[in-house]
Design a protein around this ligand. Structure first.
Ligand code: GTB
Length: 222
């Protein structure tokens, strides 16, 4: 049975591949799995049919046979755990790859999301100028630590894994800021990942959704 995932019908990221369906699309492409995409409006996200699949009314969700799953991390881990290509065979190496995936979601993503959301939504607030340097400092601390861990390696722990896939999708949220400028090894790491054919296919597919929506009607609010 073909896997189905959900994505925005009209993503506020305007086709930049920043919404969290991108990480699932990329994992599916890396694993060579065919899949279908159900596109949802913001209104459809909150309907009972979708809430039965994703309790928070968000994208992405996944249907794989009888399994219905939410949370992009759980979805990528499910795919990587059931098909070869994104997790090492060796048990210890596999555990370390999972650790990098969890670190991406749990240790690196939160300060990046807090900082980038403030830049988008809080710029006009009285507290923005006082608070933003602290948020940026927290992001820079993580980028410094990640740069140290990566060292001169190509990927975080041996071969490219689900851990790298997740980490790169998290770091990409910073590409339109200048916060990565001080970390050329991380810029090179992101570029290496983006050059992968599977990434390119996933990016093109989500971009095509934005282009079709732009031709079809007015832009979604950012
Ligand atoms: N923890 C969940 C997961 O990892 O699956 C989080 C899922 C999530 O945040 N989904 C967002 C969503 O559905 C889309 S990706 N939001 C609708 C809602 O909550 O009502 C987050 C996102 C949105 C837009 C941009 N952007 O414009 O750049 C980037 C990321």
């Amino acid at each position: 049975m073909t896997i189905t995932i959900t994505a925005f019908e009209n993503s506020p990221d305007r086709g930049r591949g920043l919404a969290r369906d991108m990480r699932v699309r990329w994992a599916l492409e890396e694993l060579g799995l065919p899949y279908e995409v159900r596109l949802l409006s913001f209104e459809a996200l909150k309907r009972p049919e979708h809430l039965a699949h994703q309790p928070f009314g968000q994208i992405p969700s996944l249907e794989d046979g009888d399994l219905v799953l939410f949370e992009s991390g759980a979805i990528v881990l499910h795919l990587a755990g059931t098909h070869p290509g994104l997790l090492p065979e060796d048990a210890d190496a596999r555990a370390r790859a999972v650790a990098w995936l969890v670190a991406a979601l749990n240790t690196v993503e939160p300060p990046i999301v807090e900082c980038t959301m403030a830049m988008i939504f809080e710029r006009e607030q009285a507290w923005f100028a006082a608070r933003q340097p602290m948020l940026e400092k927290r992001v820079q601390a993580r980028l410094q630590q990640l740069t140290a861990s990566l060292g001169s390696a190509e990927w975080l722990d041996g071969a490219f894994s689900a851990g790298d896939l997740m980490m790169v999708t998290v770091l990409r949220r910073l590409v339109s800021s200048n916060l990565l400028d001080a970390w050329p090894p991380l810029l090179a790491y992101i570029a290496r990942a983006e050059a992968r054919p599977a990434y390119q296919r996933a990016f093109a597919d989500q971009r095509a959704v934005f282009e079709a929506a732009s031709c079809a009607g007015p832009e979604a609010p950012a």
